[in-house]
Design a binder for this molecule. Structure first.
Ligand code: ADP
Ligand code: MG
Length: 389
């Protein structure tokens, strides 16, 4: 099982660091968003699934009000007590943020020792940050026997990232890491937080999703993300709606006529058409027509490239090359300005598609891409298997 190595590594790190066995192992996955980009903070729709790659938290008890966390990423463990947002900085801030968020919501969070390992690539748009928050939150909830229903957990993990760490992200990442189920994509209404598990059994359809990490350096991500959010909020204000979610696809033309800024019009067109593409994708998947979602994925990419303007040359080349190599559809996934592309391919085309993208990158002297196929895995939970010693 994927995750076992990270699990045994986390248990070993815990023992080395704290000199005893952990009370348990908790894991949470990274995610890819099948479709629905930048729709989450517009109260719209998203459709992520959980990656096989996971973050593992080996955790055990500590005295009340004391938390110590170490990570295979970092040289030194970090200890903290009750803190306020921003007080613990760097990677441990994500953990301190989860403790703060739970306490701020009124929960009696148990003191804990936590050792972290991860298979989720960091900073590639696959949400290693949400995997980390979700693994830690699930561990603390179980260790403390906290009465926190699963449907409330994503928002609390999100507050850790938004308020404590200070990264303004939507609810997509934490919802995916916590609520996804194996063999399914998670249809999430970001306004009501209602979810529906949508069957997504690629292997049964003879298909695969190839994730291609562009390995492009992320640049200006935070500033550009903030600018997109502001444009969307401004458009909703001008249109007199609570959020762009409230502009239906058949009301798009009328809405665009009421906006005088060409850039804002393009941003609105992306969000409104992207919401509709999520709904169309869900409809096809509900009726088992997996292959037919390909053109929707490709249209989503064109919309991100031309209207939302969040792609870079490396991701555009990966999409074009995958399509030329026979992919049914392909698009950038994640917030943009680098990160990963996903391509819907016939299951036997992974090698050929990867080689084609590698050759296209080499021709342009891009840093080589990394590619692997993925299936939809389970969301956060406790590992019942005993790790290998
Ligand atoms: P992404 O979520 O796309 O991978 P982010 O910038 O949102 O990228 O989050 C990455 C940050 O999360 C890292 O810089 C680090 O601070 C933290 N992080 C993620 N996984 C771990 C881990 N296993 N151990 C320690 N810190 C981690
Ligand atoms: Mg993140």
């Amino acid at each position: 099982m994927t995750g076992l190595k990270a699990a045994s590594d986390a248990a070993a790190l815990y023992r080395r660091q704290f000199g005893s066995d952990p009370a348990g192992l908790w894991t949470a996955p990274g995610r890819v968003n099948l479709i629905g980009e930048h729709t989450d903070y517009n109260d719209g729709f998203v459709l992520p699934f959980a990656l096989p790659q996971r973050t593992v938290a080996a955790a055990g008890p500590a005295p009340a009000g004391e938390w110590t966390v170490c990570s295979a990423f970092a040289d030194e463990p970090v200890s903290f007590g009750a803190t306020a947002p921003g007080e613990v900085t760097g990677w441990a801030g994500y953990v301190a943020g989860v403790v703060w968020s739970l306490r701020d919501a009124g929960f009696d969070v148990p003191g804990a020792r936590i050792a972290l390992t991860s298979e989720v690539p960091v900073g590639s748009g696959l949400s290693s940050s949400a995997a980390l928050e979700s693994a830690v939150l699930t561990a603390l909830v179980d260790l403390g026997g906290l009465d926190l229903p699963v449907d409330r957990r994503p928002a609390l993990a999100q507050r850790a990232e938004n308020v404590y760490v200070g990264a303004p992200t939507g609810i997509l990442d934490q919802s995916a890491s916590i609520r996804c189920r194996a063999g399914h994509a998670l249809f999430l209404d970001c306004r009501t937080l209602e979810v529906e598990q949508i069957p997504f059994d690629l292997a049964a359809a003879g298909l695969a999703i190839l994730v291609i990490n562009s390995n492009a350096p992320h640049q200006h991500v935070d500033g550009e993300y903030g600018a997109r959010r502001k444009s969307c909020e401004e458009a909703a204000r001008q249109l007199g709606v609570p959020a762009l979610r409230d502009v239906p696809a058949d009301g798009l033309a009328a809405a665009l006529e009421r906006l005088d800024d060409a850039v804002i019009r393009r941003r609105v067109r992306h969000i409104v058409t992207e919401n509709q593409r999520v709904l169309d994708t869900v409809e096809l998947l509900r009726t088992g027509r997996l292959r037919e979602i390909g053109p929707l994925l490709t249209a989503s990419h064109a919309s991100m490239r031309d209207d939302f303007e969040i792609t870079v040359a490396q991701v555009d080349v990966a999409v074009e090359t995958a399509l030329a190599a026979g992919a049914h559809g392909a698009r950038m996934t994640g917030g943009g300005f680098g990160g990963c592309v996903l391509a819907l391919i016939d299951a036997d085309r992974a090698g050929a598609t990867t080689e084609a993208v590698e050759a296209a990158y080499a021709q342009r002297s891009f840093t080589p891409p990394t590619a692997w196929t993925v299936t939809a895995g389970p969301g956060a939970g406790r590992l019942s298997d005993e790790p290998d010693r």
